[in-house]
Design a protein around this ligand. Structure first.
Ligand code: GLA
Length: 392
């Protein structure tokens, strides 16, 4: 649907001409499950994301409506009660951001009507929640002329996810959504938050995102479990005088000389993934900068194998897609995001993209029993207010 169609269909709720905001989703090229271990990650913002249509109210209420989930109805949130409330469903995300911004000094005299429209496939691991959080932060900043930097909106959004929603995620998603730039990927050091925008020049290649359409059951609890396993590994190493603050402070050489200390095999595997994934990410950035797409592809493949065998966050659906992409000509393919379902990302010669999608799609439905969806990865600028020109 076009922006104008969405506005027209919801004009009763909006009650006037809205200001329009957009916040992208993200896909991670490499550097998986290490953003909470002080590692380097390499995500890019994508053109699928979340729109907000905003009009002013005369009272102290925020009215939220999702165009995608009309069945949930309008959610009315009073400024007098902004704590987490189960009945609010998805509107807890923007409510959490609102509460945090107010704690930071945002002065809200009157409320807003906020219509949300998302183009990201739901629960696909392309950061629909980070997209919504950073969208809310961005619109509040603009609507109330609040002096807050994008980095602070990013950090605040991650804290909302951790403390208000209860998902112990790292900073990659919110950072990517807030800070990304069209035609670039972000090389981010999650320890220092130093980052570099790297031109995403793919030559004859195209990145394809494929959605397993698998519901990510138990994903959050397993995610938190991986984090605890890594904490145990870090503790063992530190107790044995290995001089690190975070697992990704270790390079492969240090790890190889210290790994005998990790007597629990599960813990050892998790740590090994972290150390080598961090190393692969650095190499992948250098490879892309040098135009060595073949090497980038190989590193993506190694990343997937590590996530599957050492970190154990893949699943049959993701493995099926990855294997099928490689079989039909991709030079790199891996799961992306938290795993246990969600999406893969694959590097494919542009002139065979159509054929590859057709073959992989066929093979996937035959093996898994339901369809996969495919998207050509297009990059995007970070969360922002859209100009009149962009809305037309
Ligand atoms: C989820 C989390 C991120 C990151 C990825 C895995 O998307 O929100 O912080 O940990 O999983 O790389």
């Amino acid at each position: 649907m076009t922006i104008n169609e969405i506005m027209n269909e919801n004009n009763k709720f909006l009650n006037g001409k809205p200001r329009v905001y957009f916040s992208p989703g993200r896909v991670n090229l490499i550097g998986e499950h290490i953003d909470y271990l002080g590692g380097n990650v390499f995500p890019t913002g994508i053109n699928l994301g979340t729109y907000a249509f905003v009009t002013s109210r005369d009272d102290h209420e925020f009215h939220f409506l999702s165009h995608n989930f009309k069945e949930f109805g309008k959610k009315v949130v009073s400024l007098d009660f902004l704590d987490f409330d189960e009945n609010r469903d998805w509107a807890n995300y923007p409510s959490g951001v609102l509460q945090s911004m107010i704690k930071k000094g945002l002065d809200v005299d009157k409320g807003l009507n906020i219509l949300i429209y998302g183009t990201l496939p739901n629960g696909a691991g392309l950061s629909s929640s980070a997209s919504l959080e950073v969208l809310m932060g961005t619109l509040l900043k603009n609507e109330y002329n609040f002096d807050i930097s994008t980095i602070d909106i990013v950090k605040l959004s991650q804290k909302v996810e951790n403390n208000y929603i209860g998902v112990n995620c790292g900073i990659m998603d919110q950072f990517a959504v807030g800070m990304c730039k069209k035609d670039y990927a972000i090389y981010l050091d999650t320890n220092s938050l130093e980052y570099q925008l790297v031109p995403l020049i793919l030559g004859d290649y195209t990145l394809i995102i494929a959605n397993t359409n698998k519901k990510r059951a138990l994903a959050d609890s397993k995610y938190n479990q991986r984090r605890s396993e890594c904490d145990i590994g870090l503790k063992v190493l530190k107790n044995n005088n290995i001089d690190i603050n975070m697992l990704c402070d270790m390079d492969p050489k240090t790890y190889e000389s210290a790994k005998y200390l990790l007597t629990d095999n599960t813990i050892k595997r998790r740590v090994e993934h972290a150390v080598y994934e961090n190393d692969r990410t650095k190499k992948a950035v250098t490879a892309l900068e040098a135009g060595n797409l073949e090497l980038l592809g190989k590193l993506m493949n190694l990343s997937h194998i590590s996530l599957k065998n050492l970190y154990k966050v893949s699943c049959l659906e993701l493995d099926t897609l990855v294997d099928s992409f490689l079989k039909h000509g991709a030079i790199g393919s891996r799961m992306t995001g938290a795993g246990f379902g969600g999406c893969t990302i694959s590097l494919v010669k542009t002139n065979i993209v159509k054929e590859v999608i057709k073959n992989v799609g066929k093979e996937y439905i035959k093996k898994i029993g339901h369809t996969a969806d495919f998207y050509l990865c297009k990059t995007s600028d970070g969360a922002r207010k859209l100009s009149e020109e962009e809305i037309k």
